[in-house]
Design a protein around this ligand. Structure first.
Ligand SMILES: O=C(O)CCC(=O)C(=O)O
Length: 256
């Protein structure tokens, strides 16, 4: 790995020089997986910040809770406000540091309206809890960067059938380890659905069932074919297309 990789900042991580090196080649275009995107220390710091957020920051759903930063969308629009520093640094500069390929110096957000993610959704999944298959919709530029914290789980990718219903079984499964980054974009964003099963164990894990197996940090950890779920928290970074400047000026929708 050392000859193909470069540490892009002071965190001493062996990050890829270009995303092409970490493309999940068996998936429709495009998805990328970087197993060591943040350090253990960075993971602990972010989890600490999430835990110490004021209680009203949490939105409690039936089985899952979430935080939205800097605020919820209103009619698909974001009130202009910066991300808090602990969500911006080191993650956003690191996302912007990857070239798409050796002959394309653009970064993954070069074509997005604000050239960077302006919104982060924090989802907390206890064991047994997932999220229904869905598409992310038109509010966002079609680049999704998901940082996983705390534990591993499988993200399922579903093909819609011609009649609009779903195949019952996922077409692909992506295993996301703690501290990893998954980027999904293009056809994978527009044409396929993603979801997380409500299970306490991800089973039948192997090189033939997990589409990013070759890119995992620790495939040996799943050598028995099983991942026992623990609390997994995800940070979903996206660029919301429509931003209202008024909110920032008036200080609206900015919870502390
Ligand atoms: O937590 C994840 O990895 C997926 C989150 C997701 O699909 C969403 O928030 O739309």
């Amino acid at each position: 790995m050392a000859d193909k990789s470069i540490a892009t900042d002071s965190a001493n991580l062996a990050l890829p020089k270009s995303l092409e090196q970490v493309r999940i080649t068996s998936l429709p275009p495009e998805a990328y997986y970087i197993s060591d995107f943040i350090t253990q220390e960075e993971e602990e710091t972010i989890l600490g910040k999430i835990a110490s957020a004021p209680k009203p920051r949490w939105k409690q759903l039936t089985h899952r809770r979430l935080q939205t930063w800097p605020s919820d969308l209103v009619n698909d629009k974001l009130m202009d406000a910066p991300l808090p520093t602990w969500l911006n640094d080191p993650i956003v500069p690191r996302l912007k540091s990857f070239h798409i390929s050796p002959d394309n110096n653009s970064d993954i957000f070069s074509d997005s309206p604000h050239q960077r993610p302006n919104h982060v959704l924090i989802n907390e999944y206890p064991p047994g809890i997932g999220i229904m298959p869905h598409k992310d919709g038109a509010a966002y530029h079609p680049v999704v960067c998901t940082v996983s914290l705390g534990a591993s789980l499988c993200l399922n990718i579903y093909k819609p059938k011609d009649d609009g219903t779903l195949e019952p079984e996922p077409a692909w499964r992506i295993l996301q380890e703690p501290r990893s980054l998954l980027i999904t974009t293009s056809a994978l964003y527009h044409d396929f659905l993603h979801g997380i099963a409500d299970v306490t164990e991800d089973i039948e894990l192997s090189g033939s069932t997990i589409t990013n197996w070759d890119l995992l940090r620790s495939p040996d950890e799943f050598a028995n074919g099983c991942n026992v779920r623990k609390i997994r928290t995800s940070l979903t970074y996206r660029d919301v297309m429509k931003v209202s400047k008024l909110g920032g000026k008036l200080g609206l929708f900015q919870k502390k």
